[in-house]
Design a protein. Sequence first.
Length: 214
Amino acid sequence: MNDGIFISFEGIDGAGKSTHIQSLAKAFEAAGRVVTCSREPGGTDLAERLRALVLNEDMDAMTEALLVFASRRDHLQRCIEPALQRGEVVLCDRFTDATFAYQGGGRGFDWETLAWLERLVQMRDGPAGPVLLEPALTIWFDLDPAVAAQRLQGARAPDKFESESLGFFTKVRQAYLRRHSNAPHRFAQIDAAQSRQAVWSDVLAAVRDRAWLP
Ligand code: TYD
């Protein structure tokens, strides 16, 4: 049986992840894999209800962080872990890097506390001791916040985060950079300012490099 593969997709709002997630799902399916597409916050009934609160209600940074980790725990237990155990490919639109980026970078919430919550929610017993359950690959659509803001203009009614300032997204991007430099092997940093076709070929290359697709 195939081993499960866990891939997350990250980037500031407007970086353009969505179409590439769908294309990658199709590519895996064409290669005979079963794919579970999900998102965070969200992915289960409970987590989607928490998402609606996080994206629409005003709250302080700690409350936001606790709610996204609560939604993540439910999502891991009821969706991601069972899918990986069945040997599926899990494609997740955002995961814990987004919490470090948005709550840590954007809101300025304490990085060490986030790291503690990450361990609390994601540590599992492995055959050789405790391991952090995290994506095997994180595809990071990196984009200048000013370009992202232009792309978002007039796209649709912005949610709480999409309405944030350029300064906020600059801090979000810096926090992604920090996560990247802490675990470079896990990340594929993609220049999201390129044409859609060029971005897609970089996405595909990142997955092929790991021999997950022919
Ligand atoms: P997003 O993934 O951009 O979905 P959509 O394309 O439907 O708008 O929206 C999710 C938002 O939630 C995004 O602005 C980032 C934010 N977020 C956090 O602040 N913390 C988190 O831990 C996660 C997963 C997301």
